[in-house]
Design a protein around this ligand. Structure first.
Ligand SMILES: NC(=O)c1ccc[n+]([C@@H]2O[C@H](COP(=O)([O-])OP(=O)(O)OC[C@H]3O[C@@H](n4cnc5c(N)ncnc54)[C@H](O)[C@@H]3O)[C@@H](O)[C@H]2O)c1
Length: 261
């Protein structure tokens, strides 16, 4: 079977664990060359030991919310390649849990900085490399909280709606360069992040973790978890030839989530 991402060069922010790492593995398994950055050095070292990497994974330490560090990350990549096929803006933190009156402005600002402003830093530097490539794909990871309200997580929801606004605008600005922009809206992902989210919500509401977990899963009509690889697979499809006329979309991968409360 031909490798659908053979030699495609893909940058992934926050790629050392969770959805980012799962996506990196899907892309590597389809023949891509992948550049990841992450704020966690130990996780980066671990990714380098994975058998799939085989000199096709390049990983760098970088705080995605620091413009100088992002610029440094791109300088390192530019030493290896001037062109890329795709940027995956994956970085995003859960932010604080609580009603608006209980949240503080520092947590609000930090959530927007990591979840949206960082995407601006990466996108700005990736566009010249995508133009040199004569086209490509920008994929930004939003959330179900980017298409619905999300009680107790207002800064997160605001940041994820912003990601979609940015995506739709980029698709219009960059279409003439054959650069596509899409957002993915994952549902409740089985993984470490949801363990933390469930713990925080259970603490805030004083309800057991089991009940909160059941509630989260039941938000999907399919009453199911979503897996990190599901997001990797849709990213891979969008980057591949099969996805070459899809742009400006916010694509849910969520088992049909109908509510987020
Ligand atoms: N997990 C979910 O249920 C879920 C659902 C919807 C959307 N999302 C979104 O998907 C994306 C990935 O989520 P995840 O669950 O894999 O995340 P995660 O919390 O598991 O973190 C993934 C990686 O991000 C890195 N990271 C955190 N802050 C960073 C920074 N400032 N700079 C560089 N790296 C940083 C961490 O070190 C970690 O390796 C996020 O944008 C998230 O909001 C996740």
């Amino acid at each position: 079977m031909p490798l659908s991402l053979r030699n495609k060069k893909i940058i992934i922010s926050a790629g050392a664990s969770g959805i980012g790492w799962a996506t990196a593995k899907v892309c590597l398994s389809k023949g891509a060359i992948v550049y990841i950055c992450d704020i966690d050095k130990k996780l980066l070292i671990k990714t380098n030991k994975h058998p799939l990497t085989n000199k096709r994974l390049f990983s760098y330490l970088c705080d995605a919310s620091d413009e100088n560090e992002v610029s440094n990350f791109f300088n390192q990549i530019n030493k290896k390649t001037k062109k890329i096929d795709a940027l995956i803006n994956n970085v995003g933190i859960a932010g604080p849990t609580g009603t608006i009156e209980k949240l503080n402005s520092d947590d609000w600002e930090q959530t927007l900085k990591v979840n949206v402003i960082s995407h601006f830093y990466f996108t700005k530097l990736a566009i010249p490399m995508l133009k040199k490539n004569k086209g490509g794909s920008i994929i930004s990871i939003s959330s179900g909280a980017g298409i619905m309200g999300f009680p107790l997580r207002s800064p997160y929801a605001a940041s994820k709606w912003a990601v979609i606004g940015l995506t739709k605008t980029l698709a219009m600005e960059l279409g003439k360069f054959k650069i596509r922009a899409n957002a993915i809206c994952p549902g409740t992902i089985k993984g470490d992040r949801m363990v933390r989210v469930i713990r925080d919500k259970s603490k805030f509401l004083k309800v057991s973790k089991k009940i909160i977990e059941k509630e989260f899963v039941s938000m999907a009509s399919m009453n199911c978890w979503i897996y990190e690889e599901d997001i990797g697979n849709i990213c891979s499809f969008l980057i591949s030839k099969e996805g070459e006329r899809i742009s400006g979309q916010a694509i849910p991968v969520d088992g049909n989530a109908t509510r987020m409360d």
